[in-house]
Design a protein around this ligand. Structure first.
Ligand code: SF4
Ligand code: SF4
Length: 155
């Protein structure tokens, strides 16, 4: 069996490989939202030892945060959260949602709580669901409506 993708630091990815589907990889010209040609179901990355630096260095928020529960693992929750040092400086968090589960971004109390905490901390959430993109902040009208509909307390 090939190594499952993305070791990096932090918690083990386990059976998750959602970033190999949802995220683009420039070096491979892999578009987002489509399984990587090098991914083999049940086996993992077929070029693991030579995978691109982007893959080696990628660390989703779940993987890097010991306090986030197993239920929030991206393959279970249907969402990948991540940021980069540059995005973090601007208080931006990316949230990519599995288009097979488009409602996953606010489907559980745990995710809604996490969103609420991030928004309370002043983060903007850049939400991607397939080709749909939205920005959630605690200030924009669209977001306030979306958050209220999602049952999130708007700060
Ligand atoms: S989305 Fe996160 S947990 Fe899942 S394979 Fe990628 S880095 Fe690992
Ligand atoms: S090269 Fe490997 S780790 Fe990178 S996206 Fe493709 S399958 Fe995943």
């Amino acid at each position: 069996m090939n190594e499952l993708p993305i070791i990096g630091q932090g918690k083990p990815c386990g059976e998750c490989s959602l970033c190999c589907k949802l995220l683009g990889v420039q070096e491979l010209q892999k578009p987002p939202g489509k399984w990587c040609d090098h991914f083999e179901a049940g086996a993992g990355c077929s070029i693991y030892a030579h995978r691109p630096e982007e893959c080696v260095n990628f660390l989703c928020t779940w993987k890097g945060a010991p306090f986030l529960s197993d239920d929030l693992r991206p393959d279970k929750s249907g969402v990948i959260l991540f940021t980069t040092p540059e995005m973090d400086r601007h208080k931006i968090m990316q949230m990519h949602v599995d288009p097979k589960r488009p409602d996953a971004w606010n489907a559980t109390k745990e995710i809604r709580t996490l969103l609420s905490v991030l928004l309370t901390q002043g983060f903007q959430i850049s939400l991607t669901i397939g080709t749909e993109k939205r920005v959630l902040t605690s200030k924009t009208v669209e977001s306030v409506k979306a958050l209220i509909e999602a049952g999130i307390d708007v700060v």
